[in-house]
Design a protein around this ligand. Structure first.
Ligand SMILES: Cc1cc2nc3c(=O)[nH]c(=O)nc-3n(C[C@H](O)[C@H](O)[C@H](O)COP(=O)(O)O)c2cc1C
Length: 302
């Protein structure tokens, strides 16, 4: 592996950046646009078995340091979404299908249908903090995480990545459980459970009251999670949370991430962030004598 190229569970990426689930991935066309803008891979929106409306507005609050969202996993259902997933492959970069469900069996079934659209891997959303009976509500105990990963591994041939919640006393236990269940990689982190209150109205801003915090505000938490997980699991780690610049991406890589995802930065700055971050990583490598991203992975543990 040379230069910016990385390999995650056998998936070759031209650079270590990916579009995170939930931003600019509603349509195949928007995912192609993000690939053309420079992302090394794109993750789809999280989809379930049946269509879901999500939470009513307001479902996003903008803060100085990021966003709080309580979208509530709106999606058209896996069968209707498959044509978008197939179209996304025209971007020429690996497409990773994000899925969720309320039980092991349901998640395994959605993953199987997602895999039928030719995705390079599936990402299990075990971490959304604002959807009843889904996401973090079923992904917060190691035993359940292990069983879900095991069920999905038995139903698909492609690599399986488990996206973990930071809203726990030990994300390391969840990562170990995912590895024991057969996951080929872990993704850390999803959003941190949060809320905002409007003093004039004297009530929470989000219709769901609680949402998930993302962006700059969560980066230090994400980096800490990746660093801790790297000490314990052997499968690749994908770092996510607050990556906006190449320095942010390098923090995650040096903590132990093989690649990083970006969501809120794409929302605020547009898809140009992918090439900006990659250019910055390349310049840093040249200036500091690194020949590959792999060489920098985890060096903060020395
Ligand atoms: C508006 C919005 C929607 C999101 N939707 C999803 C989703 O459908 N599935 C998922 O796994 N994560 C979802 N996330 C979480 C992101 O993928 C990511 O884990 C988190 O925002 C932290 O990364 P960031 O700071 O780069 O945004 C969403 C985040 C935002 C801001």
């Amino acid at each position: 592996m040379t230069g910016l190229e990385v390999d995650i569970a056998g998936i070759r990426m031209r650079n270590p950046t990916m579009l995170a689930s939930g931003i600019l991935n509603e349509t195949g066309r928007s995912m192609v646009d993000v690939a053309k803008a420079g992302a090394g891979a794109v993750v789809t929106k999280s989809v379930g078995l049946e269509p879901r409306e999500g939470h009513p507005n307001p479902c996003i609050v903008e803060l100085k340091c990021g966003l709080i969202n309580a979208m509530g996993l709106p999606n058209p259902g896996i069968d209707a979404y498959l044509e978008e997933v197939a179209f996304a492959q025209n971007g020429g970069v690996p497409v990773i299908g994000s899925v969720f469900g309320g039980s092991e069996e349901e998640i395994a079934e959605v993953a199987k249908r997602m895999a039928s659209a030719g995705v390079a891997a599936v990402e299990l959303n075990l971490s959304c903090p604002h959807a009843e009976g889904l996401g973090a509500e079923i992904g917060s105990t190691p035993d359940r995480v292990k069983r879900i990963c095991g069920a999905v591994k038995a139903s698909v041939e492609v690599p399986v990545f488990a996206k973990l919640t930071p809203n726990t006393s030990s994300i390391v236990s969840l990562a170990s459980a995912a590895e024991e269940g057969g996951a080929d990689g872990v993704v850390a982190i999803n959003t941190l459970r949060a809320m905002a209150i409007c003093p004039e109205l004297g009530r929470p801003i989000l219709s769901n009251r609680f949402g998930g915090l993302s962006g700059e505000a969560v980066r230090a938490v994400g980096v800490r999670c990746v660093y801790e997980i790297f000490d314990t699991v052997t499968v690749p780690i994908i770092g996510v949370g607050g990556v906006t610049t190449s320095k942010d991406a390098l923090e995650y890589i040096m903590a132990g991430a093989t690649a990083v995802q970006m969501g809120t930065a794409v929302w605020s700055d547009g898809p140009g962030v992918f090439s900006d971050v990659c250019d910055g990583i390349g310049k840093f490598m040249n200036a500091n004598g690194y020949e590959s991203v792999e060489e920098m992975k985890g060096i903060a543990h020395r």
